[in-house]
Design a binder for this molecule. Structure first.
Ligand code: PMV
Length: 324
């Protein structure tokens, strides 16, 4: 009987602490209820065959012995490198047929690469009947991210594995669940502009090298904001959460990672009565978040759309990786 395993992992949204997290400061990330699925089975052919219809990839094939070698097309990079790393760590039972499927557009910045890496790693572990721990899964997936893009804190990998809302420190040094106040009414707006995370991370690195003192001060302040949120997140004053979002946004703006589109949507959301608004993730485009009173949600979302944003309906604090 052919055995196929399908695993799914959630996308994510960074709530607080982007960029500073790359330098060892904490961040807060939440998993979203939009998922990526990877289905995997042995094919007995000594090669991987990958289909990812949502990114126009059909039956990409590579011999197991050549994994990680030669040019790897962009849509299959995380998948191929993950399989290679899995093979090196745990061994591989044979060639694999892999099919991926996504609930969301890769343009939104919800972390489709991290979610596909995690769902495939979990599917492979189950297919090989391995009892991998979450931490082992994290290590192999984080290594894959670093192998492919050279930079990254791994926050998106942690969100895809653990789910919920996490207080996180780079490399999985700290992965601590937080419970978000149920009264928080957060809306998500997509700018329509796709951002390239590694480019923005490198842009910040450049600034850091030229202006260590000033940029370090920004990171320290961002870290302090994250710690204030961590202390007050489940008990607290939800307006204060909004105020901290605004403070975080000012610092991100100073880092130069906001954009004209983000600034316009954020300003309009605040003018419509939101308590706080900020970009989410690397910046330069992708998504923004805004927090307001539940009763003002429609008004705030109309403002986002009026400023050129697209409101995305997402639930926060979703379940981590699982078998479907
Ligand atoms: O662009 P996103 O949503 O993947 O977020 C990037 C967040 C950074 O802190 C800028 C990078 C990282 O790996 O933590």
């Amino acid at each position: 009987m052919e055995v196929r395993i399908t695993a799914s992992a959630p996308g994510k949204l960074m709530l607080f602490g982007e960029h500073a997290v790359v330098y060892g400061y904490p961040c807060i990330v939440t998993a979203v209820d939009k998922r990526m699925r990877a289905s995997v089975g042995f094919n007995g052919k000594g090669k991987i065959a990958v289909s990812a219809p949502e990114v126009g990839l059909n039956e990409y094939q590579k011999k197991i012995s050549s994994l990680g070698k030669d040019r790897i097309p962009k849509p299959v990079r995380f998948i191929e490198v993950l399989v290679k790393n899995f093979k090196n760590n745990f061994g591989l039972g044979g060639g694999l047929d892999i099919v991926t499927e996504c609930d969301f557009s890769a343009d939104y910045g919800f972390g489709s690469s991290a979610a596909v890496t995690v769902s495939l790693a979990y599917g492979l572990a189950k297919l090989h009947r391995l009892k991998t721990t979450k931490k082992e899964l994290f290590e192999i997936c984080y290594k894959t991210v670093i192998d492919v893009q050279g930079v990254g804190s791994g926050f998106d990998i942690a969100a895809a594995i653990y789910g919920g809302t996490l207080y996180y420190i780079k490399g999985g040094k700290k992965i601590e669940p937080l419970s978000l106040d149920k009264r928080l009414s957060i809306s998500v707006g997509y700018t329509g502009v796709k951002a390239d995370t590694p480019t923005l991370v490198r842009q910040v690195a450049e600034q850091y090298h030229h202006n260590k003192k000033e940029v370090s001060e920004i990171f320290i302040k961002i870290g302090e904001i994250v710690d204030k949120v961590r202390e007050g997140v489940s008990v607290g004053d939800i307006r204060k959460f909004g105020k901290l979002m605004n403070e975080n946004q000012i610092l991100l703006h100073k880092l130069g990672v906001s954009s004209r589109e983000l600034d316009k949507i954020i300003k309009t959301a605040l003018e419509s009565g939101a308590w706080g608004a900020k970009l989410s993730g690397a910046g330069g485009g992708d998504c923004m978040l805004t927090l307001g009173d539940k009763k003002d949600k429609d008004k705030i979302e109309e403002a986002i759309e009026g400023a050129g944003g697209k409101v995305l309906e997402v639930g926060l604090g979703a379940e981590g990786v699982r078998i479907e």
